[in-house]
Design a protein around this ligand. Structure first.
Ligand code: GLA
Length: 349
């Protein structure tokens, strides 16, 4: 039994993969055994897709037409193509992990912010180049893109984002317009965010982003990141939000699922297993009843040992379904399945 087989009747199931995972055979064995989709954890973000050297060395040449360098993305795309595992593309327009210079005239972060016209030209050219590159060289590999990530914060559009400072909320709509213009037919376009079960944020995303995008036929799906805690959000709030996004008729992807848990004791890992099972039951139930068309669920990272949460929370986290084998990082053997893995399998049926 595997996650991908068990969940085949419902949705794709995936993990975010890092360069470290890619270089570690036991990790990639696990990906092949268990998952039917994956996301590059970092390497397809603007920070890595933009060509720093070319843009910074020749700003006059690339000012309106930023150069890209797909070098970091290639190993992920190759793996996907070779093994026939489709990928989510993450992410095109984000305030974070995008170099500061990208927002400045002549790519000079000490100078003046770019104006509206210049930034729109860069946004269009960037999206065009990235989509063209992957669609020409790896046709059919990427089935969905997070076009805009995390545009909402503190009750409004995220004011401190440089995208917002230069373009206001227009950047969100333009990014989708450009993505639609250049995406191959069948590639689904997603809005992606965290804390999407929080009532104000859920309502804001629905009213201010999804509905206006839907009116123009520019969005296909809602990405609920789902970086959860053990006691937050409450699962009823999660279900309500899932059904509200689902009621719009969009596809739903759970894009970055994990549950921060700093206590590796057996009891605590049992609670983790129970919480995952409850969540997967909610997802299956909504899908079966036609309340939310969940088509893909991706864990954010593969193993506890490679979870971003240990760095972010400044304490070791044990938030996932798998861990390194007994040899650890230095001598990785077959990865181990945790109780939460079996509880997610059992959530079906
Ligand atoms: C956000 C982003 C992801 C990733 C996580 C933390 O959720 O969308 O790309 O950076 O934070 O790792």
């Amino acid at each position: 039994m595997s996650l991908k087989k068990t969940y085949e009747p419902y949705f794709k199931i995936g993990a975010a993969i890092s360069g470290w995972n890619l270089k570690t055979p036991s990790h990639m064995e696990l990906v092949k055994e268990e998952f039917s989709t994956f996301t590059a954890e970092n390497d397809m973000k603007p920070m890595f897709f933009l060509d720093w050297e070319a843009n910074l060395a020749h700003p006059e040449r690339y000012d309106k037409e930023p150069a890209i360098n797909p070098g970091k993305a290639v190993p992920f795309l190759e793996f996907a193509k070779e093994k026939g595992i489709p990928m989510r593309g993450h992410t095109l327009a984000w305030h974070n992990q995008t170099p500061k210079w990208f927002f400045y005239r002549n790519y000079d972060a000490e100078g003046e912010l770019a104006d509206r016209e210049l930034m729109l030209a860069r946004l269009e050219h960037y999206i065009h180049s990235v989509l063209d590159y992957v669609q020409t060289n790896y046709p059919g590999v990427i089935y969905a893109w997070d076009v805009v990530n995390e545009a909402v914060d503190e009750g409004d559009f995220r004011q401190r984002s440089l995208w917002y400072k230069i373009l206001g909320k227009e950047y969100v709509f333009k990014a989708f317009e450009f993505a639609r213009k250049y995406a191959a037919p069948g590639v689904a376009l997603f809005y992606n965010d965290y804390e999407t079960a929080q009532a104000w944020k859920r309502d804001f995303i629905i009213e201010e982003i999804l509905k206006p995008l839907m009116e123009k036929g520019l969005v296909d799906g809602m990405g609920m990141q789902s970086h959860l805690l053990m006691d937050h959000p409450n699962m009823e709030d999660y279900r309500t939000a899932l059904e509200m996004y689902g009621a719009l008729g969009l596809e739903i992807h759970i894009t970055e699922l994990d549950m921060h848990n700093a206590d590796p004791s057996r009891e605590s890992m049992h609670r983790l297993a129970e919480r995952y099972q409850e969540l997967f039951r909610i997802l299956i139930d909504a899908k079966k009843k036609g309340l939310a068309n969940v088509t893909s669920v991706t864990f954010w990272d593969l193993l506890d040992e490679t979870s971003w949460l240990s760095g972010f929370r400044r304490e070791r986290s044990y938030p996932l379904l798998f861990q390194e084998g007994p040899g650890g990082r230095e001598n990785p053997g077959r990865c181990e399945r945790k109780e939460a893995y079996y509880s997610v399998l059992k959530a079906v049926g």
